[in-house]
Design a protein around this ligand. Structure first.
Ligand SMILES: [Zn+2]
Length: 271
């Protein structure tokens, strides 16, 4: 089986339990017996990011790895703590979405390209992170609508300059204005009834944020481009910050779990 180790947990005295994202069987669990002995032939393959060909036999509810030929370990990720933990976060994020028996080749391809981009040092870590997150939810069928206004369907270039987190996509200027006017009208009504203040319980209809043309283009590019060609652009700092905020909030809304590795990154002050 060809694949990448997503995680490696110590088991017993000498063994490891691996989660491997494979081309042939989707995500599998596999034991690497004796992998923690210093002279084990499985030592090198039993670490996160190890990518190559694994020979394994199927047991009752897990595989047992007998041999592995590793073609890439992504050693450059281990030279930088932020990139190392981001890489582990990428693995945890992929683990969350994938299952045994599914065709997970697209996720595996994305993960591989993203770890390469992360290790290359050619891109800011924050850019690789947001591209990876947005592309992965897109592969899983949860992409935001970035080709036309989610409200009226307007498509043409220009005039699509808001992103609505509530509606999971872009809004044209007139729809954003209409919705905003509507929302503030409602709030005014509520304030009249409740005697002022914000205590009327009314919420703006649309939490839409202004969206720059560069950020919209970046999102369209990521959603619509195959993983092998994803990492071919750069963004100005302010556009990257904008992309980070939108994708970050979108992911929080759509992904039901806080990733452990992300908490570690935050504790270390990296995000
Ligand atoms: Zn519209």
């Amino acid at each position: 089986m060809n694949g990448m180790v997503l995680s490696a947990m110590p088991m017993g005295e000498y063994d490891k339990r691996l989660t491997i994202l494979t081309v042939e069987r989707g995500k599998i669990n596999a034991f690497a017996k004796g992998a923690r002995k210093p002279n084990s032939s499985l030592l090198a393959c039993s670490q996160p990011f190890s990518y190559g060909e694994f020979t394994a036999y199927a047991g009752r509810d897990s595989y047992t790895v007998t041999n592995a030929v590793i073609s890439n370990y992504f050693p450059e990720l281990r030279e930088d703590l932020e990139r190392l933990y981001l890489g582990m976060y990428f693995c945890e994020f992929a683990d969350y979405f994938t299952r045994e028996g599914n065709d997970e080749r697209e996720v595996l391809g994305l993960l591989y390209q993203s770890l390469r981009a992360l290790g290359s040092g050619k891109f800011p870590a924050a850019l690789v992170r947001r591209v990876y997150e947005l592309k992965l939810v897109s592969i899983e069928g949860e992409a935001p609508q970035v080709s036309h206004c989610v409200h009226c369907g307007k498509r043409d270039g220009g005039g699509l300059s808001y992103f609505s987190l509530e509606k999971d996509g872009i809004l044209c200027d007139s729809c954003a204005r209409g919705l905003t006017r509507n929302a503030s009208g409602q709030r005014a009504e509520a304030e009249k009834i409740s005697g002022g203040g914000m205590s009327g319980g009314s919420k703006p209809l649309s939490a839409s944020k202004p969206l720059s043309a560069a950020c919209l283009y970046a999102m369209q590019y990521v959603v619509g481009t195959p993983s092998t060609k994803l990492y071919r652009f750069s963004l100005k700092d302010e556009v990257l910050a904008e992309l980070g905020e939108i994708v970050g909030r979108y992911i929080k809304k759509h992904v039901g779990r806080e990733m452990k590795t992300l908490q570690v990154l935050e504790t270390m002050g990296f995000s």
